[in-house]
Write a protein that binds this ligand. Sequence first.
Ligand code: PRX
Length: 662
Amino acid sequence: MNMSNEQQQTRARIYKPSEEMVKNAAVSGMEGYLALCKEAEDNYEGFWARHARELVEWKKPFTQVLDESDAPFFKWFADGQLNVSYNCLDRNVNNGLGDKVAIIFEADSGEVTRVTYKDLLVRVSRFANALRGMGVKKGDRVVIYLPMSIEGVVAMQACARIGATHSIVFGGFSAQALRDRINDAGAVALITSDGQHRGGKALPLKPIADEALAMGGCESIRNVIVVKRTGAEVAMDKGRDQWFDDVCATQSETCEPEWVDAEHPLFLLYTSGSTGKPKGVQHSTGGYLLHAIMSMKYTFDIKPDDVFWCTADIGWVTGHTFITYGPLACGTTEIVFEGVPTYPDAGRFWKMIQDHKVTVFYTAPTAIRSLIKAADNNPAVHPKKYDLSSLRILGSVGEPINPAAWEWYYENVGASRCPIVDTFWQTETGAHMITPMPGATPLVPGSCTLPFPGIQAAVVDETGTELPNGQGGILVVKRPWPSMIRAVWGDPERYKKSYYPDDFKGQLYLAGDGAIRDKDTGYFTITGRIDDVLNVSGHRMGTMEIESALVAHEKVAEAAVVGRPDDVTGEAVVAFVVLKGERPTGEQAKAVIKELQNWVGHEIGPIAKPKDIRFGENLPKTRSGKIMRRLLRQLAKGEEITQDTSTLENPAILDQLGQPLS
Ligand code: PRX
């Protein structure tokens, strides 16, 4: 696990926070950061409890903090009761923020809608009442398959309000993926829309939902609620399907929240693991909300006048924590954006920052890299062409940010005055784990720097022994923290095996990433996943999921999928395929490649489509039949195979598989 040359070369460059930032930030200077760390070290539970009391409003205050009696199934604030929607909406309205804008929604078309906290509370209450009226109750699962929209946030908040556990399925996922998630969660209701607008096009959503529901295995769904977005004509099943506006129209504007225990599951979010099907990551109510708020306060230094914009989709955890929950719980004005960064042109993000005077901007390295390319090709969409002077903090998330992209972001978007917080975290961690504090941490491009106060991250070897700085190893977290995953839905064994494996005696949380700490500063650099999980444009995908999709195609006998570094998307999917018939070549091969790419798009979603597909008469296997993925990774990168291949059953196929066609 060595650092790349690029990373090493820029290690010496350090960016210190400005005096003004140090003076005004919630975490002021390294003294401020270290004081928080020390508070947590001296009294771990006391540290989190203090924040939980200060930042969350409890219906019934907790008396217990961390319960480790059933480790690794941890509980936080277990005897406390609260409601997340109350904390995000009523609390702000009660505190005089009713007329403050909560959401500035910008549609794909550019149309802007503003929703105040008071309006949002009414919308959420109405829909929450409607759900209750349909018999949806505390603990029921509700699947949400919606595009970026005000209704998406309303639907999530409404579930939280009545204690229903939501599970969002990203609007780019296929019918099959939707069906599998509904089935695994045993959801009673599905909230979707007629379609979605993306890049000037209207795309269908309800027809995909109908396809999913018709597949079988979704019998638990009693109600389908459809938001009208594109106006496309859609089939409505009488007795099952209803329009969102219709079900809300007759409802009361107030809705008594369901007070739930802190450990009540707020949501499930399916994410890819190294084996088998995606797992339903289950999050709690109290601990999750706490760390969502803390991340807003400390990492983004959120202030009452900020305009916050997280560009993620609500279908991913970043959208949960930094669109639906964190900003609203802090009474922030935030942007919700329906479109894509390149429509009507690649200056869209910069124009929106300018128009809405965004102060804190949070996006993914893949977006930055694609916008660098676009600005290189067309100076008119260069960020310097826009007035971005409102910005004060920039954020990055989802994958490692390469130092060159970091520097560009810093200089061109942040005008060399805005700190970049490179936030490392995961679906499972709920909120930030390793990240700079903007008014404290000197920044080093490519490093997510130091753990969030209270988070005990470490780099260990295969036995769980902590490694000295400068030595790459496995990233772990030594103590449970409030916003951590509580369970893999319906599969406690998988939770234990994935996150608290026996190799570490069940004592350490295994993130699934490699990391190295700098010799001098102790700063963390994430070196990438250590399992068979790929990260394409910041989207997590299991190689096995894509392999399963490929072998489900009638022409495919066998498939192996690996990742390859990609300039824009971080990683790209490369598939090695053995067909049932003859190995195709030339035009015929190209046609099959197209067919298989579309097939994977249909089975999982367009984000999983292999960029490159290679055909062989076989895959490189050891004599015992194990696929040699190490070799496939080298072939995918176009590297020459120098190592000993004598254990291979049939070394000649390496030549076949080394030929890219697509
Ligand atoms: O590999 C790490 C990478 O994204 C994974 C988590 O993906 P997901 O659960 O989809 O959540 C993404 C958004 C929180 C991690 O295991 N990752 C995320 N952030 C960073 C990162 N890698 C390096 N640097 C980051 N800042």
